[in-house]
Design a protein around this ligand. Structure first.
Ligand code: UD1
Length: 421
């Protein structure tokens, strides 16, 4: 299994190109299932999760052409409407095929995702939303079996549905399902994440009638069919945020290219509070820091508040910042797995319920640590970049799920990160 070996202490300087967003690319790849003609995507990041999604779609019969960051998908004919356990268990986002399959083909069989490292993460809201649109759904042998055979014209029926929790992939699944439903669907308490908006923009290009994406009420007027289109995936705000925290921690000056600063408001504000200088242009952000940071309190919440996917990275920042901070996680119940590993590097952190109390220390010391989930792994890389001596990060396959060319990008900025197989 691959490991990363980091020699800490180097400042970061230069420019880094931010990739397309994993969390936009995955739902948009699944949206290809809705189209009767090919969908052409650009800025699709080269990530393990993207590869897994493409494999799943190919298994269903979608013809996929991939050339660098360009992916074309032709779902004019498919022969399977099933997402098997072996694929869903490695990537929860596979649940995103449920809405499109049911809506276009009237039938879907998708494995329940099961638990994952950061909590139980049920999909009950995806299921209830589809039931509100008239779908008949049974859970059998660990699979969600869904059909529209009993409905008028065998089509999902537009409905008003209130989600009692804000769910990103839930909103995306139901939005995709509603595009081909009969009548109008109104999704209330919808997720406002930029990736939801990007998917809506792609669906609109495909012929869908959607308004309100980016607000908490999304209205979808069902249409008879959708076609392919050309779409460029939005930038990865979490990848961008991770590099911004890296520079703030190590000190130096880095310009991030291909970013939309407005998607990172909450993160930029916290970095400025911590003492970094952040300047924004239309599609770039420059972060400058002397590495002397102040501790900042963090509370995660749905967009536009502070993203849970940046919580672990700011925890890393706080471990070496001056003062005490509170980091509160409100989205997932078990997202402090990085704490124990950071303690191995000398961090001073106590956990009380869903809050971590972090007391900044003068320095971290390199050690061997284990990556547990995607963003926890990123936070350990950040800690390794400033720790004294060598940090070895084991089980880094999580990083390959979400960060394109991580070590190449960091090394080009002056870091010393080696991958050992
Ligand atoms: C997405 C992102 C993930 C991010 C998360 C929160 C993708 C592929 N992944 O995950 O990176 O960390 O949003 O911003 O976009 N919940 C239920 N029932 C449901 C659905 C969700 O109880 O049916 C709960 C979850 O357990 C969690 C909360 O709602 O506590 C939010 O989860 P959700 O927004 O659905 O996360 P994902 O869409 O899985």
């Amino acid at each position: 299994m691959d490991k990363l070996i980091i020699q800490g202490g180097n400042r970061l300087h230069g420019e880094v190109l931010i990739s397309g967003a994993k969390n936009a690319a995955l739902p948009i790849l699944c949206a290809a299932l809705l189209a009767e003609t090919p969908l052409h995507l650009t800025s699709v990041p080269a990530l393990k999760d993207v590869g897994s999604t493409i494999k799943l779609l190919e298994k269903m019969g979608v013809k996929v052409n991939r050339d660098g960051d360009k992916v074309s998908l032709d779902a004019s004919i498919i022969h399977s409407k099933e997402a098997p356990y072996e694929m869903v268990k490695t990537m929860r986002a596979s649940i995103l095929v449920l809405g499109p399959l049911l809506s276009r083909f009237g039938q879907a069989r998708v494995s329940l995702p099961g638990g994952c490292a950061i909590g139980s993460r049920p999909v009950d809201l995806h299921i209830k939303g589809l039931q509100a649109m008239g779908a008949e759904i049974h859970i059998e042998h660990g699979y969600i079996e869904a059909t529209t055979a009993h409905l008028p014209n065998k089509r999902l029926q537009g409905a008003r549905y209130y989600m009692d929790l804000v769910t990103v992939t839930g909103t995306e699944n139901l939005m995709m399902a509603a595009t081909l439903a009969q009548g109008t669907t109104v999704l209330e308490n919808a997720a406002k994440e930029p990736e939801v908006v990007d998917m809506a923009e792609c669906l609109i290009k495909m012929g869908a009638k959607i308004s309100g994406a980016g607000t908490d009420v999304i209205t979808i007027i069902g249409v008879e069919r959708l076609n392919g289109a050309a779409h460029n995936v939005v930038c990865d705000r979490i990848e961008a945020g991770t590099y911004m925290v890296a520079v703030a921690m190590t000190g130096g000056e880095v310009k991030l290219l291909n970013v939309q600063p407005k998607l990172l408001d909450a993160v930029i504000e916290k970095l400025r509070d911590a003492g970094a200088t952040v300047s924004c242009e239309t599609d770039s952000i420059t972060v400058k820091s002397d590495g002397q940071l102040k501790a900042v309190n963090i509370r995660t919440a749905p967009h536009p508040a502070f993203p849970t996917d940046m919580q672990a990275q700011f925890m890393a920042l706080n471990t070496i910042a001056k003062g005490m901070s509170k980091v509160t996680e409100t989205i997932f119940e078990n997202r402090f797995m990085h704490v124990q590993e950071m303690q191995r590097l000398g961090a001073d952190i106590d956990i009380e319920g869903n809050t971590a109390l972090v007391k900044g220390v003068a320095f971290l010391d390199g050690a061997t640590v284990m990556a547990t989930d995607l963003r926890a792994s990123a936070s350990l890389v950040l800690a390794g970049l400033v720790a004294r001596g060598e940090t070895v990060i084991e089980r880094i396959y999580h990083l390959d799920r979400g960060y394109e060319n991580l070590e190449q990008k960091l090394n080009a900025l002056g870091a010393n990160v080696k991958r050992v197989t």
